[in-house]
Design a protein around this ligand. Sequence first.
Ligand SMILES: [Fe+2]
Ligand SMILES: [Fe+2]
Length: 468
Amino acid sequence: MNLYERIPNNVNLSEDKRLQRALEKWLPNFLSWWHDMGPEGFQEKDVWLRTAVDVGSEGWAHFDYVKMPEYRWGIFLEPAQAEAKVGFGDNYGQPAYQEVPGEFRNALRRIIVTQGDTEPASVEQQRQLGHTCPSLYDLRNLFQVNVEEGRHLWAMVYLLQAYFGRDGRDEADALLERRSGNPDKPRILEAFNQPCDDWLNFFAFTMFTDRDGKYQLSALAESGFEPLARTCRFMLTEEAHHMFVGDTGLSRVVKRTAQLMKENPNEDVRQLGGIPLEIIQKYINFWFSYSLDLFGGEISSNSADFFAAGLKGRFKEQEQYTDHVATEGSFTLLVVENGKLMPREVPLRNALNEILRGEYVKDCEKGLARWNKALADEAINERLYLPNVRFHRHVGEYAGHHFDLDGNLIAKDEFENNKSEWLPTIEDREYVRSLMKPVTEIGKIANWIAPPAAGIKGKPFAFEYVRL
Ligand SMILES: [Fe+2]
Ligand SMILES: [Fe+2]
C-alpha cells in the first residue's frame, strides 16, 4: 500500500507532491519515535481503538482492533466555510488567511510548534503506564489517548509542512527530537516535562492538562488563519474523550475511596488499599497549578499581538462576544507590589491569557462538583476543591512569590513548612505507586478504583478491550 493510501486525509494529499515528499521523509522518523517513545510493551497487541477515517459524523469514529503502530494516523480538517472571515482583531471582517501572512509568520509558527510539542510529549510521559493498568478498559483508554495525541502531532506537522516551507520542515523534525523530562532537550512547556508515572497522575493530567489543550485549541479554532482553525476544530472532537478519561477516572477513584471510608469509618483508607482523599487533593493541587501556567502570563503583550493579528481569539469568540476588536475596555487583576497584592488595571487585549484561564477554571470547577457528588452519594462529608489560581505558579505574575491554597501571599518559609500538606510528597507518590499492580483479567478491576458506569461504544465493561 502506498503512503497516501495509508494516511486517511481530506487535504488532497494525493495531488500535493510537495507535501507528499515532506511526509515521506517525516513518516519513518515518526514511526521510529513511536516505537522508541510510544507505549512500552504493547506495540504488538490488538487494541479496540477508534480511528478517524473521515470528518463526517460517521467516519470520524470507526472502532476496531488495531495494533498501535498500524493505527492510521490521518490528516483531517473540518470542511472549509464559504467566505470565511477573520473573526476578531485589527483585521476583523476581512477574508480569512488561506496562506500564512508574512508579517505574522514567526508568531504563527511559534503557536503551532508550541501546540504541536505538547502532543508527543504527553505520549512520552505516559509510556510506562500500560504496565500498571487497573483494568483492560482503562488500558484501552490510555492507548486511545496516546494514538490520538500522535494524530494531533500529525495535524500540527501537516500545517508546518504544508504552509511554512523549509523552516516548517525543520520544526516538524525537531518535534520528534525533544524529549519529555530530558534536561538537554526538554519539551517546551513545563507541565509536559513532569513525570506521569502512576494512574492517579494520568487521570489528573488528562483532567487538567488536556483541558488546557481544549482551551488553547478553542482559541485557535477561532483563528483567522483558516487551515489552523479548521484543524483545531477537528482535534477538539477527539480531545473531548481525553478529558472524559481524566474526569471520570478521578471520579471513580474518589468514589472507591468514599466507599472504603463508608464501609470502614474507623480505618485509614491506606490500610484498605485505597487512595486517601488528602493525596487526591494534593495531586489536584499539583496538576491544576502546572496546567494554569500553560496559559502564559496574566499580563501579556504576546496575547495582545496574537489577538490583534487575528491569530488567536477568545473562548467562543463568536458566540460569547459582540465586540471583536477589544481595543476598548480593561481588566483588573491582582499583582504583587511592594510585598502586597494590589489591583492593577490593564488593557483588555493584554489580559486575554488571564481571561482564557478564567474560562478554564470555571470548567474545572464543574469536574470538582461531580467528584464531590460522588462523595456526597456515599455520605462522606469531606470535599475536594481547587486551590487558588495564585498557588504554586511558575509562570506569570505570581511566579517567584509564595501563596497558600487560598491565594494569600505568604513568606517562602511558610510555604516550605506547609509544602508537604499541599503537594504530593515522595511518600505519597510511593504509596500511590505501591497500589499500581496491573489487573488485566476481562471484567476485573483494581481495588483502588471503581468500575466505570458504562463501557466504550456500547460494549460492556467486561469486554476484551486489549488482546494480551
Ligand atoms: Fe492533543
Ligand atoms: Fe489530549
